[in-house]
Design a protein around this ligand. Structure first.
Ligand code: DGJ
Length: 568
């Protein structure tokens, strides 16, 4: 906090010195600088928690780089223009511990500075991913002086006593070295960006957890596992009992709902208990790292999760990561994190997105599929779950080569890899309306996933929008249809679609039950405004009975303005 006080003093002084332009630099009392007010922060506004940047809500339309791209400023030179061509406003990029502290105590921020400068030159914001002690459970991004000294920096061990390539989250030495480096990074970011706000938020570590066993079996870990569950966690769970994640609550209650006892006594003798135990350890470790960083520069911070494939057990997936069943453990252990995030590569996007949307956890998706799949998913994220942002992974590729992520996704779905960029362009043109709408019930979205799902509904204002798939899934944008509804008047909506679908409306409030379509106009963005072109009727809107969305809408930048009315 010392550093914050220094920041305030410094900017207060510049306020006084720049008294010639008080309206620009200071608030009404002249006490606080505009730049201090503008530090990115989260704020509850109506129905949504939003990211506020320079005093205004900001919607992250982002893309994450491949893991190695941002290790070189020179390599990135040719990448930036491709990112802006995708119409994203924010780039998520790793900053590795090995890059900034190659020798212990000697910091080098040349790469960080180059990235921040070039992001600004390309009019892009950044989310910095701190690849500190862990990246995808491994410790591969740690500097050589950490990696090679197993005595000083101990590892997670297997049950037969072997070291793994994962630093131990039980080691205070590891934690403090990680926290020191992270604090230096945040200190530096404050110095170079505390007033410009190019960096919006920071991810602390990357997809933590242990594999292939469900917990660390080192001596210190075994001792902690045999000890009682920390009282701090028990009190948190007790206070939040009614709103706990159902799986966590069920495990606790099945074991007798005890307020005291070892991990297995409190949560049962199951692999899930190992996961919860590791979750507490990673969360409390990351708490110390995040808090050290926030003391230097309090940007919003989060941790991301690799999700679970169906029927996988802890250890087959990252045991201890911030997953839905352990989210309460993470909230208790890491209050300095503003939220935890899912990396959603799986096809059940709506399910995972909603699992991470809670009153105490705004949704931000740092990694997801791009292409036509992403174009539909982003509508659901920002419209239905009121996400602060969405980001596709591996965007250095998008726009030229199709993206296949570790065999999870269907490469065929990425044939139109420019679709997400086109959708970002449309969304950026609608951004003020989307952000305002997030505060109200006048914004929602529907998503159709998988071949079997033929219809979905979205409740928007006094109406329900019913979205039904048209044609075979393959013809409808890789089997996925997204539709975003923005209420612009009591009976008027803007509709953004991705995929082939038919939309009808029904009433969601008492009153005349039948909803008719008064008119449908297609609109395009021309010279800074949405301009109506054709009035769609007859064959184009099922004789006035429905709004027809087309897979080509995304690429052509078409949206629809629909007016409805009610009768008996
Ligand atoms: C998830 C990780 O968080 C990313 O850094 C990257 O490794 C992707 N998986 C896929 O390659």
């Amino acid at each position: 906090m010392k550093r914050l006080a220094h920041f305030r003093m410094k900017t207060w002084l510049s306020c006084c010195l720049l008294a010639v332009a008080p309206a620009l630099m200071c608030d009404a009392q002249g006490a606080k600088p505009a730049s201090a007010d503008g530090i990115p922060r989260l704020e509850r506004r109506g129905e949504a928690t939003q990211l506020i940047v320079d005093g205004k809500p900001f919607l992250i339309l982002g893309g994450e780089l491949h893991n190695s791209s941002s290790s070189s400023v020179a390599y990135m030179k040719s990448v930036w223009p491709r990112l802006t061509a995708m119409h994203m406003n924010t780039v998520l990029l790793p900053v590795a511990w090995e890059t900034i502290e190659p020798e212990e105590g000697k910091f080098d921020f040349t790469v960080v500075d180059g990235l921040v400068e070039d992001a600004r030159a390309n009019n892009l914001k950044l989310v910095v991913l701190w690849f500190g002690a862990w990246k995808n459970t491994y410790s591969s991004y740690t500097p050589g002086w950490v990696k090679t000294n197993l005595t000083r920096f101990p590892r997670v061990q297997t049950s037969d006593g072997r070291d793994t390539e994962r630093l131990s989250p039980f080691s205070a030495v590891v934690r403090d070295a990680d926290a020191r480096a992270f604090a230096r990074l945040m200190h530096h970011l404050h110095d170079v960006d505390g007033e410009r706000h190019t960096v919006l938020t920071v991810q602390v570590e990357n997809e933590v957890g242990v594999i292939p066993q469900s917990r660390d079996h080192s001596e210190v870990a075994n001792a902690a596992f045999a000890a009682e569950v920390p009282q701090a966690l028990m009190s948190f769970l007790e206070k939040r009992r009614a709103s706990l994640n159902p799986e966590l609550r069920a495990a606790w209650e099945a074991a007798g709902g005890k307020m005291k006892g070892t991990w297995q006594e409190v949560f049962g003798k199951t692999p899930l208990t190992d996961d919860l135990f590791m979750a507490w350890q990673y969360a409390t470790y990351i708490e110390r790292v995040a808090a050290a960083g926030k003391a230097e520069y309090p940007l919003p911070m989060y941790a991301n999760a690799a999700l679970i494939r169906p029927n996988y057990e802890p250890g087959q997936y990252n045991s201890g990561g911030p997953l839905p069943h352990s989210m309460d453990v993470w909230r208790a252990g890491a209050p300095s994190l503003d939220f935890v995030s899912p990396d959603i590569y799986f096809n059940e996007f709506a399910y995972w997105a909603s699992e991470y949307t809670r009153p105490d956890n705004p949704l931000f998706i740092p990694e997801a599929q791009g292409g036509v799949t992403g174009a539909a998913n982003v509508l659901f994220a920002v419209g239905r779950e009121k996400a602060v942002g969405f980001s596709a992974f591996g965007v250095d590729d998008q726009g030229n080569t199709p993206l296949d992520l570790v065999g999870i996704t269907n490469p065929a779905e990425h044939i139109d890899s420019g679709a997400l960029g086109a959708m970002y362009l449309t969304l950026s043109r609608l951004e003020p309306l989307v952000l305002k709408g997030q505060e109200t019930v006048g914004l929602s979205a529907a998503l159709l996933e998988g071949d079997a799902q033929r219809a979905a509904r979205a409740s928007v204002g006094e109406y329900i929008a019913n979205v039904a798939r048209v044609g075979a899934p393959a013809a409808a944008g890789g089997g996925r249809v997204g539709a975003l509804f923005i209420q612009t008047g009591a009976n008027e909506f803007l509709v953004v679609g991705s995929g082939d679908a038919m939309v009808t409306f029904s009433a969601d409030t008492p009153g005349p039950p039948v909803v008719g379509i008064e008119s449908v106009d297609e609109e395009f963005f021309e010279n800074g405004a949405w301009v109506a072109r054709r009035r769609l009727n007859g064959d184009e809107n099922s004789q006035g009975q429905a709004l027809r969305l087309h897979a080509s809408d995304v690429g052509e930048g078409r949206i629809y303005r629909v007016r409805v009315y009610r009768y008996k």
